[in-house]
Design a protein around this ligand. Structure first.
Ligand code: DGL
Length: 275
């Protein structure tokens, strides 16, 4: 029997914390290891090969730290690296380990939110260009019309903590007006990047009340609870001491400061090198 271990949660930076906080609410007894590759964020403008290489390094690191299950709490990594890791790499590394993403759970649920069946997806360049949302949503709900908008400035605004400025709001407003003008029938906007819920206060200012804004955290958490119920062998391998550990590839002090702000609690982080 393998040693019980925390669930790994990976993102390029701070965005995955929006998923982690929902995972902790839904699985309050479980342990988690959060890993942010802040030193190399954002991933959104990087090539397929680079995102795959960095994500694989992160997954291997979380496996080395003992995790049996890793959640890619990053749409860009889910879009560009998840499939290859699931199909090719897990076989070689350890077929008993699992890596799950954030796009599929959201695509499955989207139909329940939209009445007009016109949905908008906001994401990084990488996620939008991969067309992963269009492919995943159309596979399950072929009748839904999907319009995308890349918001390349939004992740840097979070990573640099400059979103609460008039300059930051300018970019947020510009992308929201752009997607809503591409398809005025949109009644549901998916925040298809885990960084974006941190911008929620700014986003709601520029979206009419009739449009629902969907953050992924709760959806991913519900789907993980369901997954663990369907896979009791994996649930048994997850340790439960209510502990969360934080690792970052950047300076631990600055990660602690910003992550504490986003999570609204004091956290302690360790710096780690991915290779
Ligand atoms: N949180 C990542 C995502 O969901 C951000 C990507 C980035 O680093 O650009 O896509």
């Amino acid at each position: 029997m393998s040693k019980k271990a925390p669930i790994g949660v990976f993102d390029s930076g701070y965005g995955g914390l929006t998923v982690l906080s929902e995972l902790r609410k839904s699985l309050p007894e479980n342990d988690f290891i959060y890993l942010g590759d802040n030193a190399r964020a954002p991933y959104g403008t990087r090539s397929f090969d680079v995102v795959y290489e960095y994500t694989l390094q992160a997954v291997k690191t979380l496996f080395d730290l003992g995790c049996h299950l890793v959640i890619l709490a990053c749409n860009t990594a889910s879009a560009k690296a998840l499939r290859t890791i699931q199909i090719n790499d897990l076989q070689k590394i350890d077929p008993s380990k699992r890596v799950l993403g954030v796009i599929r759970p959201c695509a499955e649920m989207i139909d329940t939110f939209s009445t007009t069946k016109h949905v908008g997806v906001l994401g990084t360049n990488g996620t939008v260009n991969s067309e992963s949302y269009i492919l995943e949503i159309k596979k399950i709900h072929p009748h839904i019309m999907v319009t995308q908008e890349a918001c390349p400035m939004w992740v840097p605004l979070v990573e640099d903590n400059t979103f609460n400025t008039s300059g930051g709001e300018f970019f947020i407003r510009q992308n929201l007006e752009s997607i809503l003008s591409k398809d005025p029938e949109i009644d549901t906007l998916v925040l298809g990047c885990t960084h974006y819920p941190i911008l929620m206060k700014q986003i709601v200012k520029f979206v009419p009340d009739s449009v629902k804004i969907i953050a992924q955290g709760e959806i991913v958490a519900d789907k993980l609870v369901d997954y663990l119920e369907r896979h009791p062998d994996m649930a048994d391998k997850c340790s439960k001491k209510r502990i969360t550990m934080y690792y970052t590839t950047e300076n631990a002090g600055s990660f602690e400061e910003k992550a504490s702000l986003f999570l609204d609690e004091k956290i302690v982080a360790k710096q780690i090198v991915l290779k």
